[in-house]
Design a protein around this ligand. Structure first.
Ligand code: AMP
Length: 535
């Protein structure tokens, strides 16, 4: 049987093909230290980590997570864990205590690779994580205790040879948690077969070629960061740039120019932020080697495409996918005329449909649920430990994405919004339910309702309506306390941009928060039928 192991394809196979000395990752730290890692080094380092996992008794099929900012260990731990056939999750390094507890608890994670400063968050909840046996810290030279171990020490003594098992295509691989509008986040589980679509789209959409230097700005905590910040390009033997620092307009353009990046994959909010940098002299940067720019995560508004053409003399291609689809499904791409504002056309072998709520297929021009015919290679295999939620996403052979869209007569797809209340703020999905629950932990708050409202920069901003307990005064200090609480509990992306005090939060007779009504009121629109509101 052919070996489907993702990490085998990203490292060992590249070495076997003669690319052992080729740079796989150009690493630039937040303090501008540079280090090139060859495919050979990535292979050996990930082999070492696979051996570390086996020495620690972690079995194939068990869950391990990285909880790291962008650091080289993020990549070697991810690949090593896949070599050992573990289920490999990545946690956004900005997550707070509740977000961590939900994900580490529900997945029964056995092991986490993190840093000392981030471990403090896990230490606070560790007594609620009985399955978590081992923590590895990438920035300590010695073990801290019997189960908080030093990466350096473990890696030093591990062998750099590892016999990667011949991995079947349906073997579970990558795990990403995604937020819904109700309940806890769900663990989207993929399998090794997903590499087929990730590799194909890296070649056919992003157009990656042997001599490219590819830069994907997404954090590895999200699906774009693993599907295209690790798997797709390395499966093709393409060199990637990764940087430790955050968003910085000047630095980003210097990198594009000086590193001679050829293909750049980023997000609309970042592009809109760059558009606003009017003091930036874009014309002074030489971007002649940059072949194309791609975007994902939120709608790419036509103004950004026009800015790309006018200011950078580049096309910006929008692509659409989500955690559950694992890889790009619909895209604008070189060779096919861009319709600004449209997500593009489906990829070969991918069959999207626009379906009514009753499952009827809708003709071109009509608005409906964006669905994908089940069975594509990077289709998620379940929501971990929640098969019923998985089943509820499929009907008559169609997967319901949760997005609303329409198709024009030439087969281009146009995004309309979500069919649920999930908020998309700067490309991050935020669950209103999670924010509402976290707000209720504050003693000052009696009720809360959270919505996403349109925002010029972030696409949507988080707006929290709160009913304070009698006698509570809404002061700037309380406003700050609320924001810090959400950052500490969930993450900085979930922080409400606005906190609006209200007398009551509208609910229906069964107690469900009527976010639709809150949103309409906030936007000054007709609140529609509110006959089901509680008295
Ligand atoms: P996630 O699963 O966190 O990657 O988020 C996926 C969601 O982001 C999709 O279901 C869409 O709602 C949104 N999204 C992703 N790409 C696009 C795009 N190109 N245009 C509009 N929305 C997008």
């Amino acid at each position: 049987m052919e070996n489907f192991n993702i990490a085998y394809h990203c490292t060992t196979k590249q070495c076997q093909a003669g690319l052992g000395d080729k740079v796989a990752m150009r690493w630039i730290s937040s303090t501008f230290e540079r280090r090139d890692y060859t495919f050979g080094e990535m292979d050996q380092l990930s082999n070492r980590f696979a051996n570390v996992l086996q020495t620690l008794g972690v079995q194939a099929g068990q869950v391990i997570f990285t909880f790291l900012p962008k650091t080289p260990e993020q990549f070697t731990a991810f690949l090593g864990s896949l070599k050992a056939e573990c289920i490999t999750g990545t946690l956004f390094s900005n997550f707070g205590d509740d977000a961590l507890l939900d994900r580490l608890g529900a997945s029964e994670a056995q092991l986490v690779v993190t840093r000392k400063s981030l471990y403090r968050k896990i230490a606070r909840i560790r007594d609620q994580l009985p399955a978590l046996r081992t923590v590895i810290l990438t920035d300590v030279a010695e073990d801290l205790s019997a189960d908080v171990l030093s990466w350096e020490r473990l890696m030093e003594t591990a062998s750099d040879e590892f016999a990667i098992p011949v991995t079947a295509p349906d073997t579970p691989s990558v795990l990403h948690y995604t937020s819904g509008s109700t309940g806890k986040p769900k663990g989207v589980l993929h399998c090794h077969r997903s590499i087929l679509q990730q590799s194909r789209t890296a070649r056919e959409v992003l157009g990656l070629q042997a001599n490219d230097l590819f830069w994907c700005t997404a954090d590895q905590g999200w699906v774009t960061g693993t599907s295209y910040g690790i798997i797709g390009p390395w499966s093709l033997g393409v060199t990637q740039l990764h940087i430790g620092g955050g968003y910085s307009p000047q630095q980003w353009f210097e990198l594009l120019q000086n590193e001679r990046i050829t293909v750049w994959y980023t997000a609309p909010t970042a592009l809109r932020m760059l558009m606003r940098e009017d003091q930036m002299a874009y014309s002074e940067f030489d971007l002649t080697h940059l072949r194309s720019i791609f975007s994902v995560g939120e709608p790419l508004n036509p103004e950004v495409i026009v800015w790309g053409r006018d200011t950078l003399q580049k096309e910006i291609y929008d692509t659409w996918f989500q955690t559950e689809t694992g890889a790009i499904m619909i895209a604008n791409r070189p060779g096919i005329p861009i319709r600004p504002g449209s997500m593009g056309t489906p990829l070969p072998g991918i069959e999207p449909g626009i379906l009514a709520d009753d499952g009827a297929s809708l003709p071109n021009g009509e608005h409906g649920n964006l669905c994908v015919r089940a069975g594509w290679d990077s289709m998620f295999r379940t929501y971990l430990n929640n098969d019923s939620a998985y089943a509820s996403k499929f009907r008559d052979g169609w997967y319901y994405t949760g997005d609303m869209a329409w198709r024009d007569n030439d087969g281009y797809y146009w995004f309309l919004g979500r069919s649920d209340d999930v908020i998309n703020t700067s490309g991050h999905l935020v669950s209103p339910f999670e924010v509402e629950s976290a707000l209720l932990e504050l003693p000052e708050i009696a009720e809360s309702g959270v919505i996403g409202a349109p925002d010029d920069l972030l696409f949507e901003k988080v707006v929290a309506f709160v009913n304070f307990h009698p006698g509570t005064e809404f002061t700037p200090e309380l406003d700050l306390k609320i924001r810090l609480h959400i950052a500490n509990r969930l993450s900085s992306v979930a922080i409400p941009q606005e906190v609006v005090p209200v007398e009551t939060v509208p609910k229906n007779k069964s107690g469900k928060i009527m976010r639709r009504v809150l949103k309409a009121r906030y936007l000054g629109l007709d609140t529609g039928d509110i006959s089901t509101l509680e008295d």
